[in-house]
Design a protein around this ligand. Structure first.
Ligand SMILES: [Zn+2]
Length: 104
């Protein structure tokens, strides 16, 4: 099934240009116990409805962004660049590295 996703940088493009990064999960505190860590790594809510997700524009600007998508209809309701929050870091090794601050 094909649908359009509006990239925040490039505009609407076919979904095949993107890689799905999974639903957004909040990272546990600095020293999680085994249950908290296992839950963060392996369990997803998998809602039938609107959920926030990570998407990567692999055949375009190569940027990670967040989207709100209705999983029942694949209607993308919102896309936006990631917020500067530690709790919502992009998944996987393709995540962009933050540039080092030059020493002055
Ligand atoms: Zn793009």
């Amino acid at each position: 099934m094909s649908f359009l996703i509006p990239c925040p940088n490039c505009g609407s493009r076919d979904v095949n240009e993107f890689a799905y990064g999974g639903e957004i999960a909040v990272r546990p505190e600095a020293r999680p116990n085994v249950r908290e860590l296992g839950s963060y790594l392996y369990f997803r809510r998998n809602v039938a409805g609107v959920q926030r997700e990570w998407w990567f524009h692999r055949l375009g600007c190569e940027a990670w962004f967040q989207a709100e998508r209705d999983t029942r209809t694949n209607e993308v309701l919102l896309t936006e660049r990631p917020r500067a929050s530690r709790d919502e870091a992009p998944p996987g090794p393709e995540a962009p590295a933050l540039p080092d601050t030059p020493a002055v």
